[in-house]
Design a protein around this ligand. Sequence first.
Ligand SMILES: [Fe+2]
Length: 364
Amino acid sequence: MAPSVAQLEVDVPVSSLKKVIKASPSPPENKAADGPSYPFYFPYFDVNEKFSPTKNHDFVEPGTRADPAKPNILTPNTTINHISPYLGTEISGVQISSLTKEGLDELALYAAERKVLLFRNQDFKDLSPDRQIEIARHFGPIHRHPTSGNVKGYPEFHVVYRDADHDRFREYTGGNKVGQTSWHSDVSYELQPPGTTFFFILDQPAIGGGDTLFLSQVEAYKRLSPTFQEILEGLRAVHSAVPQAEFSKARGGPIRREPIEIEHPLVRVHPGTGEKALYINQGFTKRIVGLKDEESDNLLKFLFDHLAKGSDFQIRATYLPGTVVVWDNRVTAHSATVDFDKNFRRHAVRLTPQAEVPIPVSSS
Ligand SMILES: [Fe+2]
């Protein structure tokens, strides 16, 4: 399962880790034949696995209970580095696994404020799966993905895996495209889509690459004119799980839950910060309610282009051994970066707590 304690990452400053990796004359290869470092998390697909339809659940945003000063996270031992004014903060010197309930509340608020947190040198990947799930459950019931690889006996884990023999991402985004960038917010078609989300890396290409791109949907909204913002605030959009299910079915994969389509407000309000965010994404948003086809298509195209071209409100999240990225799916979109040779393995796991029914501006 997980490596022994002796293999845990040493808690050294981020800058030192970077130097070690750069200075190595022959970086270790992680080619497919070697096998994954954490075989317990190898993606598991059971076409006979079935889940009940998702139901609404009560939800209180943990960040609303947090001390705004975040004394459990921003301790004297904590080092932070803001990646961009709008989103992204790199954090070292604090272990997620050691946070109290109060600390986890602070984590929710900090993730909402900074949109994306890159926790370095974490022992998270070496915790037991039950403990990993217990931590994530603080932020809401864990989403069980209807089609992706999970872990046998642990459907809470969403596994991201790629090596020479397994390249599902490339298949999903299409093998005949000039680029693989695919902006989305995770499973936005759910009744109560994800909020504070955890993603921990297990294997990564020794040659670099495999970053995750993130953008701030809050800053993207702020860039629009007040007149246009007001128009968007009154609109709702349809998010669909159907294409993802069809893809899985076509390749003989599971459909654990019948795919749904659902309407969400096009602008949502975060319950912890009160910030307004665009809530559309190219991955799952299919049309705008009440508009004719051409109106909807052109408005969505404008918004998708606005997000994709917004390099001044985007970041790249980089991975080092032991990195855990925590982001708030309500106020961000992200894309994988498939920029490394297929002979190199990338293996990561997501835990995806579900938050509130998206709050429209009209009821905030
Ligand atoms: Fe994603």
